[in-house]
Write a protein that binds this ligand. Sequence first.
Ligand code: GLU
Length: 442
Amino acid sequence: MDTDNRDGAPAAPAKSPSRARKANRKPSVFEVAGKQFGRAADALGLDEHLRTILSQPKNELIVNFPVRMDDGTFQLFKGYRIQHSNIMGPYKGGMRYHPEVHLDEVKALAAWMTWKSALLEIPFGGAKGGIKFDPTRHSRGELERITRRFTHALGSNIGPEHDIPAPDMGTNSQTMVWMMDTFMNSGSRERKNAQRGVVTGKSVTSGGSRGRSKATGQGLVYMVQEWSEENAFNLDGARVSVQGFGKVGAAAAQILNRLGCILVAVQDHTGAIINPEGIHPKRLKEYIGRTGGVAGYPAGDAVDKETFFGAEVDIFIPAALEMQITAETAPLLKCRLVAEGANGPTDLEGERILAEKGIHVLPDILANAGGVTVSYFEWLQNRRAEQWTLEDVDTRLHRQMVRAYRTMRRLSNEHRISNRTAAYLHGLMRIQEVYRERGIFP
Ligand code: GLU
């Protein structure tokens, strides 16, 4: 991706991705998201003005804020919060801490949150944010000060009825608790406890939901199970490869392992490993916890990127950064199913090649929607001052996701469209209905 396009260059409108092709460069992440949206808008015959409105986020907030480092120096950080849509409810979406965070990416991620919530029938809109920096290079104290100062800079742009952040890549329940605490202590005293729902993905002790930390992986497995049932595929003994072994990839691998699946290949930013006999997901997770990555894991052979993508498996789970399944990597894949744990892991060429090869896809806005779904449950529990059991959370998550899966499959069959377009279509139909009733203010 060229640097010019990373920060703030206007993205081509959803209808004309050809502009990108003409310029002879790879479409940006936001252009890919726009194209996916455009396909569903075409399939639906979405009202023209809605296509225009939804092709851009409603608000784009960028803050630069200083933080004191442990050595007494000050560093300036760039933070983002992109609010794509709040027509269905408060803006909702994660906060990413990563050196590659940039405006175009956050815009795409925010839009994907809108489609995800709409598909799952969760009363939230879509947003995303983050800070462009590498959290692994900072002490706990620095991370706390960065997070608190960022929350302060966002001020009233977030709130439990307005915009609700959550964890994403590079952030976790501790990050969310710092955000919550900063936000709660910045407002009026008598409203303090009502502000707990300003973020989700908190630790259970500080008001989080049981089952939230594994929710994205759990939801992904529910979708893989639905797919297996529909396709009379036996998960017991199925071979799996996973890209990215963080919160999503590791949880999915562990749950699948309990269902009898064999984890044979794993890749992350440090390297890739293969072991046809099976990699123990829990042990690998512990190893990564100690060393920071899969590289050097003793119970597996180190392999290059091509060998990793070419591993013979049944299910491939991308659970890392976006735009990983491309013209270069898609031809290598030897699997029956791609279950997208990451947001936007497949670019347009990758998508075309997967379809050509007859590889099924469980698209991101469905496959990784377990996270935001349990975030919604957490927000409800905060509002009602309740704490649900893990069983209750999992049962509700399962019901909500299976319903979305079946709707997607029905629309895919009825309209002869891909799972991805069908998933968008359901959300878009709901959004269009609301817009038609409410109209455009004033
Ligand atoms: N960051 C997660 C996602 O991309 C979770 C968002 C949320 O819980 O709000 O879906």
